[in-house]
Design a protein around this ligand. Structure first.
Ligand SMILES: [Zn+2]
Length: 300
């Protein structure tokens, strides 16, 4: 990927070896519009999903396996939002939100997470099939935005000091969102159980201050290349390396063949009960709002 492409729909890895820090920076533009296009959400829900997709890109790009999947799922009790799911597979992103439209209409202009999610929990799942690794962490949804919840996930579930910043903004009718994830992760420790973490390691607060100085406007500026932004933040560091850039795209895995294969596994009487008045089985994909009509005869 050339430098001119480090503007939107891309995630970039960064390491600052002398400080035992690594991270990801991502900016999403057209990919957000593409995911949102089929949903018809109100602006508040669009912003929430834009931030969630950005977090999904940051976390998903940590996966080592190309076939690895990262899923972000928010479940709530008593919130305006009932369910939010996003996932990442090989740079493909998708997501949807289920919420109460009436209650959203009565919500405050800039509702806090608590108002949106009630007693909400965020489940973060990493799946790496080749290594046969699957781990999930669950944290309460607290703080200013989902970035704070992700930060708690790393602190609580993985004992990794982390910083997560997210921002989303609609400019001229188009969404742009950006995010920065930084972690203190001494080399060689990745993947091992931690018995002890030095949260007071002097290198970490230094990196957290520099990274934390990033402005929402910088994260969402579609004209500011991501490597230039990293340079702005960390130019005084001894050595800052970027990793290969990862392109992000809208991708849904629903396809008629897959839907047929799932339906074919149901017992015949259950399949019969799904057939509508038109003689077809209708299956909707919540992620992309696609709808499939399958004739029962196709399944045998
Ligand atoms: Zn779909």
């Amino acid at each position: 990927m050339s430098e001119t492409e480090l503007l939107t729909d891309v995630a970039l890895g960064v390491t600052i070896k002398s400080r035992d820090a690594r991270g990801r920076i991502a900016r999403l533009g057209p990919v957000i519009d593409a995911v949102l296009a089929n949903h018809g959400y109100p602006p508040l829900i669009e912003k929430l999903l834009a931030e969630a997709l950005t977090l999904t890109a940051l976390l998903g790009s940590l996966l080592k396996e190309r076939q690895g999947q990262m899923t972000l799922q928010a479940q709530t009790q008593g919130g305006i939002v009932d369910l939010m799911v996003c996932d990442y597979l090989g740079g493909d992103l998708r997501g949807y939100v289920r919420f109460d439209r009436e209650r959203l209409a009565d919500a405050s202009r800039n509702p806090a997470l608590k108002e949106l999610f009630g007693d909400g929990y965020l489940a973060i799942t990493f799946d790496q099939p080749q290594a046969n690794e699957r781990y999930q962490g669950i944290v309460p949804i607290e703080g200013r935005n989902l970035g704070d919840a992700a930060q708690s996930y790393f602190a609580q579930s993985e004992q990794i000091p982390s910083l997560v910043r997210l921002a989303a903004d609609k400019r001229d009718g188009h969404w742009v969102a950006g995010g920065l994830l930084l972690q203190h992760l001494p080399e060689g420790e990745e993947g091992r159980d931690r018995l002890h973490t030095r949260l007071d390691h002097p290198d970490w607060p230094h990196i957290a201050i520099l990274g934390g100085s990033v402005k929402p406007d910088e994260l969402t500026d579609p004209e500011l290349p991501l490597d230039d932004l990293l340079w702005r933040l960390f130019h005084e560091e001894e050595e800052v390396r970027t990793l290969a850039a990862l392109a992000l795209a809208k991708g849904c895995r629903c396809d008629p063949d897959y839907v047929r294969s799932v339906l074919a596994r149901f017992p015949a009487d259950e399949r019969e009960a799904m057939v509508g008045d038109d003689g077809l089985i209708k299956v909707d994909c919540a992620f992309c709002s696609s709808s499939f009509s399958i004739a029962p005869g196709e399944l045998s």
